[in-house]
Design a protein around this ligand. Structure first.
Ligand code: SF4
Length: 244
């Protein structure tokens, strides 16, 4: 779908806003890797040249998957939801962002990442020189847990096959996990997010970059260091997909 001039302007404004927040001078420099060397999974990263685009049948399967999510009753979260939120974006996206679960705004509108944290994520995407319709955004759990609590393990277990199938059908070149819940699922580790962010993991040959959830940045609004770290992580993703 072609973007209007207003949408393009909005993307540019978001890009400039976020770069200004992290400090443009820093933002335009390649990130250092804190003396820890290259990401541990880097030597085994798959060739980025040979990713086959999803077929028409796979795109159709993804649409069908969305429909299944919308009426799903596999876990107790279906009783409390207004809308299930399958995800949105490009069905052959190079870049996939995966958060934890829908929040209040997302539940009300059936779209992922549209509240304050979502607006920040969309600024980050624009700063990465991606249009929103080039990436895919979703969550590990598709219905809102009450009071935005962390999803229970049985809810994650029931819902994660939808996400796994989305990844199989979209076949992104890179996955970005936002916060601890999706990071634990894709690249399990005992360290906290501060230690794990910024280092590529691997999920079935797809590089996975863990970073902080935008809602954590929103809750710590005055902490420019957190934003700087997220931007550092995203620069590594941009370098991997050739957007730097
Ligand atoms: S959270 Fe996932 S598994 Fe649970 S009802 Fe919603 S779509 Fe189904």
């Amino acid at each position: 779908m072609k973007k209007s001039a207003a949408d393009i302007w909005e993307d540019l404004r978001n890009q400039v806003d976020f770069l200004a927040e992290v400090g443009a001078g820093f933002a335009l420099r390649p990130a250092e890797d804190e003396g820890r060397g290259e990401p541990s999974a880097a030597p085994s990263l798959p060739s980025l040249a040979g990713r086959p685009a999803p077929t028409a049948a796979e795109r159709k399967a993804l649409e069908e998957l969305d429909r299944q999510v919308l009426v799903c009753r596999l876990c107790a979260l279906h009783k409390l939801r207004t809308h299930a939120v399958p995800g949105e974006g490009n069905r052959s996206a190079e870049l996939m962002f995966i958060g934890e679960a829908p929040g209040r705004d997302e539940d009300a509108q059936g779209r992922p990442f549209i509240g304050r944290a979502g607006q920040l994520l969309r600024k980050i995407i624009a700063a990465m020189k991606f249009r929103e319709d080039e990436v895919y955004i979703t969550n590990i759990v598709k219905c809102r847990p009450p009071d935005n609590r962390v999803p229970h393990s049985e809810e994650e277990e029931a819902c994660s096959p939808y996400l796994v199938r989305q990844i199989e059908l979209i076949r992104p070149r890179v996955i970005v996990t936002l916060g601890k819940t999706p990071t634990d699922y894709f690249v399990p580790g005992r360290e906290g997010m501060t230690a794990r962010r910024g280092h590529f993991g691997d999920y079935r040959g797809v590089p996975v970059m863990p970073t902080f959830h935008p809602s954590y940045l929103v809750r710590n609004e005055g902490n420019r260091e957190l934003k700087r770290m997220v931007w550092e992580d995203m620069q590594k993703v941009m370098a991997l997909v050739g957007r730097k």
